[in-house]
Design a protein around this ligand. Structure first.
Ligand SMILES: NC(=O)c1ccc[n+]([C@@H]2O[C@H](COP(=O)([O-])OP(=O)(O)OC[C@H]3O[C@@H](n4cnc5c(N)ncnc54)[C@H](O)[C@@H]3O)[C@@H](O)[C@H]2O)c1
Length: 352
């Protein structure tokens, strides 16, 4: 069998919410198989394996990384475990797909990127929204000058998470494990789209608060972001919004406004330029009950193709690190209540 036709096998470390989405997406990609799963709670790994016919179950992520006959490992654990499991996978010569946030700190992200580079393996970080037609339309509209001179951007994340969200997975409420709250877990998706469209901000100013949930991390964040060319960004993010509404990124220029909104990968796009409607809009699904598998599948397929053709994936480690760098700058500003300069340059990590 030729290399291109051999099944591409994934092993999953972490069998929680993200794992279900990954399995659903991987199963839609021809030539891709989910071969193994590991979880610190073995019953979770066994349950996922039996639901989806995954042949091998491992008692630990390290054992899977070392012993499973897989081409790549998907790291789907709490954020503070991304670095050790990516390291283990890289040491074993497995390619790595890691969920957002790439790591719980920028320093951990740098170590993780360096480990993959040192072992010559391909690293991609999940930001599935970039693979939606709506997000691409937003980026193209701005890049093609469709809004005229851009002067304002707004990231609005009015989500709601019930107490059970933190009780079932307590790491989500712990700073040392998640790295942060609504900025790190929810808003990071829209922050990724924001810098993808406008480039990295030069500096940020932020406040964070824990207003409703009984957790260490913030459930409310507000901020300002200053971009090249005099574009001002405003950010508001909370997991305590009642009622919740679809998160959005809105870009305003002197000739129009464009907006993406939606959650779970169901993103819509709206463009208002004052010109008669010209069919560019993509309707946002108002209340999706299941995540959209297509954007995930598109990103995973890009990763598999990157490994097979020896090219970098669209969202490589350096690219996945950028949203974390912005989030980190927002946290540092919230600590000092002062503007913080954003340093987008990885310390020593070349692209891979
Ligand atoms: N891209 C998205 O839209 C999206 C959606 C959900 C979650 N995520 C990301 O996926 C990752 C996991 O989040 P989740 O919501 O699935 O969390 P979760 O708590 O539902 O699942 C995490 C799993 O990791 C397991 N685990 C904990 N410690 C472990 C260890 N030492 N070794 C092996 N397994 C261990 C837990 O038992 C649990 O089953 C995070 O990075 C999160 O941000 C991304």
């Amino acid at each position: 069998m030729s290399e291109a036709r051999r099944p591409f096998r994934f092993g999953l470390i972490g069998a929680g919410v993200a794992a279900e989405i990954h399995v659903a997406a991987m199963r839609t990609i021809a030539g891709v198989e989910v071969h193994a799963v590991a979880d610190a709670a073995p019953e979770r790994a066994r349950a996922l394996a039996s639901r989806h016919g995954i042949p091998e179950v491992y008692e630990s992520g390290d054992a899977l990384a070392e012993r499973a006959a897989v081409d790549a490992v998907a790291v789907l654990t709490p954020h503070h475990l991304h670095l050790p499991y990516v390291r283990a996978a890289a040491r074993a010569g497995r390619h790595v797909l890691v969920e957002k946030a790439i790591a719980h700190t920028v320093a951990a992200a740098d170590e993780l990127i360096e480990a993959c580079r040192a072992h010559g393996i391909t690293l991609a970080g999940i930001f599935q929204n970039r693979f939606t037609p709506a997000a691409r339309r937003l980026r193209d509209t701005v890049a093609n000058g469709g809004l005229g001179r851009v002067f304002l951007a707004a990231v609005t994340v009015n989500e709601y998470r019930a107490p059970s969200y933190f009780l079932t997975s307590p790491w989500r409420g712990r700073k040392a494990e998640a790295g942060g709250g609504v900025l790190m877990i929810q808003a990071i998706h829209m922050i990724d789209l924001l810098h993808w469209v406008l480039g990295m901000p030069r500096r940020v100013l932020a406040e964070t608060h824990t207003v409703v949930h009984d957790v260490e991390v913030e459930d409310l964040a507000v901020g300002l972001l200053e971009f090249e060319g005099g574009v001002t960004g405003v950010l508001q993010a909370t997991t305590a919004a009642v009622p919740a509404e679809p998160p959005s990124v809105e870009i305003r220029g002197d000739r129009g406004t464009a907006r993406v909104s939606g959650s779970w990968g169901h993103l819509g796009f709206e463009l208002s330029t004052g010109a008669p409607a010209s069919g560019q809009d993509i309707p946002a699904e108002s209340d999706p009950t299941e995540p959209a598998v297509e954007p995930y599948a598109a990103q995973i397929a890009d990763f598999v193709a990157a490994v097979r053709h020896g090219r970098p994936p669209v969202v490589d480690g350096v690219e996945a690190r950028k949203a974390l760098v912005v989030v980190d700058a927002l946290y540092r500003s919230a600590g000092t209540r002062e503007w913080v300069t954003v340093d987008p340059v990885p310390s020593a990590a070349p692209r891979r």
